[in-house]
Every structure is written in structure tokens, then in C-alpha cells.
Design a protein. Structure first.
Length: 659
């Protein structure tokens, strides 16, 4: 049946409550007697693979043009969208698309997506597959109290989630009816009604998930309810520390990447013995909300620099929020700010809600300065500064906190104070001073004071604390360096026409071959190596073929019987190598040898036939008994040689008969 994309189908079934969108597509195609596969091609936005089928019931707009489906089915787009798991997404996150990936990953843990679950009675009565049936913890039909099944009654094979025969309610493997089996036994034990009630509530598009009480977004309101339930409903903490911190960050907007997960909501409901509706209807104290939703802003919290040597002491003009992924103080501080004049850091303490100097940097730096002025030894200074001794000394020297006569010897001329590339050369994913120093000493011959001095420069400090995803930036910088080295190695090998492989490139880098995969260079390199080796192979094939032709031209002048090994000896290669790499050339050599030997055999027969006739006649004239042995003896060749040439034997027999 030809489907007109601009006309409605003749039969347009209505959507049923709780039915999945894929189930509606099955019914639509079955009622109109059209192919499901052809209909999907008509309304799809791109080619749909096997792994994409489940997405039709999660975010159908990613795969299907719902406008086309709306024209064909007569259902409006909003109604179609209400029959997918996207209803839950919209209830929690609203219209934004930024949280789709974490929602999908979370949903994968909660749903069965590789096979179709169904109730036999429902399938026989309504021909529908419901969204709630795919939930892992839902094993009974709430209407018939029968166990949900996922396999064929006839062959016992599991049913894939989406296939052509499901439109006819038939088995993918044996084509028998799925509802033709006997009704399953009614369960005597009721399933946990809370699970069914929770999912029914979440999937019902008519009921909002939460009422906006505090002017926050839906996901923030839900997080607020969970944290309140965590504090009030149980003496033991239900949600883990990491989940709790994630929800707090979401409410305070301190991390836009953090979000609530559907599994958080379901887990709290299960452990607290309350339905999701009951959890979200809890009366939350206004003070609890105020404590959580306070915004740690520079204006209302009045963070200011307090370092004595900073020209902006007592001011917040140079204060910037730390955005680097290097911070490991999340358990102690809500957020961290840095003064871009003196580069001292200040964190908002979670317990006291006051600004503190991070790791007592101001106090330690001031103490080290005083100890240097007194001329105390590095051993004494290290008791105060500990592992940060050389960093702090370098900071003191760079910011000129000491008089002109410094007790510490260093070479300021060798330190590139405005070049951040040196930092990325010594930084290898860890800011441990020993790791940085070992690389700095090896590459630039710096002493510890020089490294501390360089780390205190503004360009390095900005990279450390004001550059997000510094490790990712290091990755891409390292990748570009490795890529340039690889280009040089490849050019060198191709110029010398040597063998090129991933292993050889890794050996030239003095690194493990896994480094190529780490920097995602494998694919491009494999393509380049394949192309180069193919060109090299073709050139080698042409060279060897020319040598073969030259060999046979020489042998043609002096015809003789040849063996294949004679050719390979001349080529100076092993036959197994040729058969492995140039099988066509091996066949060519074999054919040339055969042709040469055939010519040699014919030329030899031309010489042997007259000679054999003469010997035969001579023996007959003498009255002797003629045998092949006597003829071969007189001709000076072996009997085997005579028998190899059938024309010689025929000539001898013919001569004997004639005489």
C-alpha cells in the first residue's frame, strides 16, 4: 500500500491511557494494513538502528517527525508526546534539553529496554503495550493481577522491544500469536502497590509532579522535598553524602551541571515507605528553605582580601570565583574565591558560614616571610609550610615581600614569568610539587625555588584557579604535541620508504601503543597507514613483476626446464612471503614457469623425434628386436625421458609399423 505523507490514514485509532507511543504505531499500522517498516521510514528523521528503538518511547522527537505522524494519525503532537517517558522528564526538568543525557542513563537502570513485556489478557482485549510494563520492578498487571511475560508461548523465545510482527501481536521468531497462549496464573501475592502508584503518578500527564511553593524550578523544589524528608523522616540518613551535596548544589545554583535524578526520588520513596506524591506534598518549614537557598554571592557575603601585602586589602574589587576543577575542598567550603592581585584564596566555610583563608595561606605565607627575614633554615621553615615550603618561598620572592638582599639564591633570568606553556610541559595531571619538580629539573634544570617562583606567576595562577577543565586543556595540549611528533615520525618513515605501523610509531615515541588510543589518534593513523602500505605494496608488486618478466626474457634466449624455486631464488624472496602478500604474483610466476616448460618440452620433442626415428630404422635394418630400452640407450637418454614425450613414443611405434 502506497502511503501519501500529506493525507490521513483511513483508520485512525485513538490513543489509550498509559499506552506507549510504539504500541500506538503498532495498532495504527495493523488497522490500516500497512508495513510498520515502511511507515517508520516515512515519518523518521534519520535511519533508525536496533539500539534506537527504545528512544521512540523516551524522546520520540529525536527520531520521529511528529508533525508527519500527526497528519497521518489525526492526533495532535502534544497528545503523542504524552505517551512516552518524556512526560517524566518534562515534569522534573521542564522544557530544557540539557538534562536529557543523564535522564536517559538513569532511566536505563530503571527500565527493561532490550525486550518487550506484556500482559496476555490486556493484549487479547485491548491490543496495547503499556509504558509502565517496562519498569524492572513491575512484574504484575495491575488490572488482571497476572504475571507479565516477555517470551513466546510456542517457541519460548524472548520478544525484541520493537519489530514488524508486534504490530500483528505475533512472535518475532515463529510467527505465532502472543495472546494465543493460556492466561497466566493469577498471583496470590500483591505486588508493592507503592511502585505502581509512583510510576502511574509520574507517567500521568494530567497531574503536575509538584506545586511551585517557593518560586524555584521543579527540580529544585523536588530536591528541597528530598532533603527535608532526609532530615525529618528518619534518624538514619537515607541518601548518601554525595547525593545530598549534589541536591544542595542544585538548590543553591552553585553548580549548573548538578541535577536531581529520577532514581533519587524512587529510592527515597522506597526507603521512607511513602509514595512520591506524599513526599512532594510534605509541608516544608520556611527556615529550612532559607538555609538551603541562600546565595553565596560576593555582594551579600562581602568577601574581601585580607592579606597584609595586597594593595587591595579590605576590598572585593579583585575577587573572582575559582572555576578550576583542581579544588579538593568541597567537604569544607561551599565555594572558593581568589584575589587576582595577590592570588590568595578564600573559602566559605560550610559549618560557620564565614570566609576563611584556604589552608591558612595568608598566615603561612606571612610566617615564612618572617622566618626568611630572620635567616632561619629551610628545615625550620618546612615545619611550618610542610609540603608547600618551596611554593611559599617562591611566592614570597616573586611578590617582593623580602628586602633586596635575599637569603635564598635563585636565577630569575631563567624563569619565563609570562609564558604559561612551560607549566603545561611540566604538568602531568598532578599538582604534587615533587612530580612537578622532577619534570622541571629534567626539562629545564630548575631548582625548587625557581619552580616555586614560576608557579607564583599570574599566568600560572590564572591557569590553576580561573581556567575550568584544566586537565582537559592539558590533554589537548599534550595531544597536539604528540600529534606533531607523530607527523615527523610518519614523514621520516615514508621518506625512507620503510615499514609503517602503529607499533613502530609507538616505539619511535618511546611510549606504549595505548598512548595513540588515549589521544584518539588510532583511527586517522590506521587510515593513513593503510593508504601508505597499499601504495607501498603496489609499488613492490610492480617491481617484483618487472623482475619476473626480466628473468623470463633472459631464459627465453636459452630455453631450459625451470622450477618455481629458480624464480624465487632470482627474486631473492621467500615464496611464502609472496603468497601471503602477492598471491596474484605467485599465480603469475607459476603460469610463466608452466608456459616456459611447455615450450621447452615442445622444442625438445622436435629434436628427439627425428633422432628416435633414425635409431629405430637403424635397429630394424640390422634385424634387431626394437625396444624402448635399446632406443634410449642408442639415443643416450633415459627411458623415463622418452616416456615423458608422448610424440616421440608415437613416432617410434609408427616407424615400427611402417617397416
Amino acid at each position: 500500500m502506497n502511503i501519501n505523507p500529506l493525507k490521513r490514514l483511513s483508520v485512525r485509532p485513538t490513543l489509550k491511557l498509559g499506552e506507549s507511543l510504539s504500541s500506538y504505531l503498532f495498532r495504527l499500522c495493523f488497522c490500516n494494513r500497512i508495513s510498520l517498516g515502511e511507515f517508520i521510514k516515512l515519518i523518521s528523521k534519520r535511519r533508525i538502528t536496533k539500539r534506537d528503538w527504545f528512544t521512540i518511547d523516551v524522546f520520540p522527537t529525536e527520531l520521529i517527525d511528529l508533525e508527519k505522524l500527526s497528519i497521518q494519525s489525526g492526533c495532535d503532537v502534544s497528545s503523542l508526546l504524552k505517551h512516552s517517558y518524556g512526560v517524566i522528564y518534562n515534569k522534573i526538568y521542564g522544557e530544557t534539553d540539557k538534562k536529557r543525557r543523564p535522564f536517559k542513563l538513569d532511566l536505563n537502570k530503571l527500565l527493561v529496554k532490550d525486550r518487550r513485556k506484556f500482559c496476555i489478557s490486556c493484549l487479547a482485549q485491548t491490543d496495547t503495550f503499556k509504558l509502565i510494563w517496562q519498569v524492572k520492578k513491575v512484574n504484575l498487571c495491575s488490572l488482571h493481577k497476572q504475571h507479565l511475560v516477555d517470551s513466546c508461548p510456542s517457541c519460548g523465545n524472548v520478544q525484541p522491544y520493537f519489530h514488524e510482527r508486534l504490530a500483528k501481536k505475533k512472535c518475532y521468531h515463529c510467527d505465532s500469536h502472543l495472546y494465543g497462549q493460556e492466561k497466566g496464573p493469577i498471583s496470590l501475592v500483591d505486588e508493592d502497590n507503592g511502585i505502581v502508584e509512583n510510576w502511574s503518578f509520574l507517567l500521568d500527564p494530567r497531574v503536575p509532579v509538584i506545586t511551585n511553593k517557593f518560586g524555584l524550578r521543579n527540580e529544585q523544589e523536588i530536591a528541597l522535598s528530598l532533603l527535608f524528608a532526609q532530615r525529618e523522616l528518619s534518624s538514619k540518613k537515607i541518601l548518601g553524602r554525595s547525593v545530598e551535596d549534589r541536591l544542595k548544589a542544585l538548590i543553591r545554583n552553585s553548580n549548573r551541571q548538578r541535577s536531581i535524578l529520577l532514581s533519587d526520588l524512587l529510592y527515597m520513596s522506597e526507603k521512607s515507605k511513602m509514595t512520591i506524591r506524599q513526599l512532594l506534598d510534605l509541608h516544608i518549614d520556611g527556615g529550612f528553605v532559607a538555609d538551603l537557598t541562600c546565595i553565596n554571592d560576593i555582594e551579600n557575603l562581602d568577601v574581601a582580601c585580607i592579606s597584609p601585602w595586597c594593595i587591595y586589602k579590605g576590598s572585593n574589587k579583585k575577587m573572582n570565583k575559582v572555576s578550576s576543577s583542581f579544588q579538593s575542598f568541597k567537604d569544607k567550603y561551599t565555594e572558593i574565591w581568589i584575589c587576582t592581585s595577590c592570588y590568595m584564596r578564600y573559602g566559605l566555610n560550610k559549618n560557620t558560614m564565614r570566609w576563611d583563608s584556604v589552608e591558612n595561606e595568608v598566615l603561612i605565607t606571612n610566617s615564612v616571610k618572617e622566618m626568611l627575614l630572620k635567616g632561619e633554615s629551610i628545615r625550620e621553615i618546612s615545619k611550618v609550610a610542610k609540603s608547600k615550603t618551596y611554593k611559599v618561598i617562591g611566592y614570597v620572592l616573586f611578590h617582593g615581600l623580602l628586602p633586596s638582599e635575599s637569603p635564598v639564591k635563585y636565577k630569575i633570568g631563567n624563569i619565563p614569568v609570562e609564558d604559561v606553556s612551560f607549566f603545561y610541559k611540566i604538568f602531568n595531571g598532578s599538582m604534587a610539587f615533587n612530580n612537578l619538580y622532577s619534570r622541571a629539573k629534567e626539562m629545564f634544570q630548575w631548582n625548587p625555588y625557581e619552580l616555586g617562583y614560576y608557579l607564583s606567576t599570574p599566568v600560572v595562577q590564572q591557569e590553576l584557579f580561573l581556567t575550568p577543565h584544566i586537565r582537559r586543556k592539558k590533554y589537548y595540549q599534550s595531544k597536539s604535541i604528540v600529534k606533531k611528533r607523530i607527523e615527523g615520525i610518519v614523514n621520516s618513515i615514508t621518506y625512507s620508504e620503510g615499514e609503517l605501523s602503529l607499533l613502530k610509531i609507538a616505539e619511535s615515541l618511546h611510549r606504549n601503543p595505548s598512548i595513540l588510543r588515549h589521544y584518539t589518534l588510532n583511527k586517522n593513523l590506521v587510515e593513513e597507514i593503510t593508504t601508505y602500505n597499499q601504495v607501498r605494496k603496489n609499488a613492490e608488486f610492480t617491481r617484483l613483476k618487472r623482475l619476473v618478466e626480466k628473468f623470463f626474457e633472459v631464459k627465453k634466449k636459452k630455453l631450459e626446464n625451470l622450477l618455481i624455486k629458480d624464480v624465487y631464488s632470482y627474486l631473492d624472496v621467500n615464496r611464502s612471503y609472496i603468497r601471503r602478500n602477492y598471491l596474484q604474483l605467485d599465480h603469475y610466476i607459476s603460469q610463466k614457469v608452466k608456459n616456459n616448460n611447455d615450450e621447452y618440452k615442445k622444442s625438445k620433442e622436435k629434436l628427439l623425434v627425428p633422432q628416435a626415428i633414425r635409431v629405430t630404422r637403424s635397429l630394424l635394418e640390422k634385424g634387431e628386436h626394437v625396444t624402448i630400452e635399446k632406443i634410449s640407450k642408442f639415443m643416450g637418454i633415459s627411458v623415463a625421458t622418452l616416456y615423458e614425450h608422448s610424440e616421440v613414443i608415437e613416432a617410434i611405434n609408427l616407424t615400427r609399423r611402417q617397416l
